[in-house]
Design a protein around this ligand. Structure first.
Ligand code: SF4
Length: 233
C-alpha cells in the first residue's frame, strides 16, 4: 500500500534527531515534571534505557512546532518595537548538573528587563491558563520561569502562550517567588542526591496499572511498565 505507516515513519524521523536523548543534566524545563525518575533519567544522559520511539518522536515533533511558534512570536514582538536580547541566554550550576536555556530577555516600554518565556498550547490548555493562571494551571512552567529568574538574577518574567488554534496570545507578568524557588531547589538536590540509584517509578493502581497521566506520554513507558521488573523498580 502506498505511504504505508506514514505517521510512524514521520515520528521515527523526529525521534532520530530528538533533543535531550543524552542530555546528562537536568534542564529547568524538566524540573517540574511529576516523576522524579523521569527527571533522573534526563540527568543520567547516555546511561538511559531505550526510549519508546513513537513517544520520543511525538515529543520532538511538539518541541519543533513550539520552536517554530517561538520564532514567529519573537519576530512579531520585534516588529511591534520590543527589544529582545540574549536569545542564547543560559545558565549552568551545580557542576553543570542543572542548566537552563531561555527564549530571550525582553525590555518593557521603560527599558526594564524581563526573562522571556514562550510556549504554545492547544485550546484546552489555553482555556485552563486563562481560567486558572500559570501557577495553578501549569506549575511546571511556573517553576521553570522561577529558576530562570533566580539564576539569571532578573527578578521578573514575561510569559507568553500562543493558542495553536487561532493565534491568540496569553500573557502573564510575574516576579520571583522565593517559596517556589526553595521547593524547586529541594527537589533538585533530592534527585541529584540519588546518585546512581534510580528513583522509584510513579505509583500504580491496585492492579499494577499506571493510571498516572505522565506515564501515558512518557518515552520510558515500556522501560517502566512493560518489562518484568520488581514491584517498585
Ligand atoms: S513511565 Fe512513568 S514512572 Fe516511568 S519515567 Fe515515565 S513518568 Fe516516570
Amino acid at each position: 500500500m502506498a505511504f504505508e505507516n506514514l505517521q510512524g515513519k514521520i515520528l521515527a524521523h523526529y525521534a532520530s534527531h530528538a533533543e535531550g536523548k543524552t542530555r546528562g543534566y537536568i534542564g529547568a524545563s524538566m524540573l517540574g515534571h511529576a516523576c522524579e525518575r523521569r527527571i533522573w533519567l534526563e540527568w543520567n544522559g547516555a546511561k538511559i534505557p531505550p526510549q519508546d520511539p513513537e513517544k520520543l518522536g511525538s515529543r520532538q515533533e511538539k518541541f519543533d512546532r513550539g520552536r517554530h511558534e517561538e520564532e514567529r512570536l519573537i519576530k512579531a514582538l520585534q516588529g511591534a518595537g520590543y527589544l529582545v536580547l540574549d536569545r542564547q541566554g543560559a545558565f549552568s550550576v551545580l557542576n553543570g548538573n542543572f542548566q537552563g536555556h531561555i527564549d530571550g530577555i525582553i525590555l518593557d516600554e521603560d527599558g526594564k528587563k524581563y526573562v522571556l518565556e514562550i510556549k504554545s498550547a492547544n485550546e484546552r490548555n489555553f482555556t485552563a491558563l486563562q481560567k486558572k493562571g500559570i501557577e495553578a494551571a501549569f506549575p511546571g512552567y511556573y517553576l521553570q520561569c522561577q529558576m530562570y529568574m533566580h539564576f539569571l538574577k532578573i527578578p521578573q518574567c514575561l510569559f507568553l502562550v500562543v493558542n495553536k488554534n487561532n493565534g491568540e496570545i496569553y500573557k502573564a507578568v510575574f516576579s520571583e517567588n522565593e517559596a517556589v524557588i526553595s521547593k524547586g531547589m529541594a527537589k533538585l538536590n533530592k534527585i541529584i542526591s540519588h546518585g546512581q540509584d534510580m528513583p522509584a517509578r510513579l505509583p500504580a493502581d491496585a492492579a499494577g496499572v499506571p493510571t498516572i497521566v505522565p506515564c501515558q506520554y512518557c518515552e520510558f513507558f515500556n522501560f517502566c511498565w512493560t518489562q518484568k521488573r520488581k514491584a517498585n523498580d
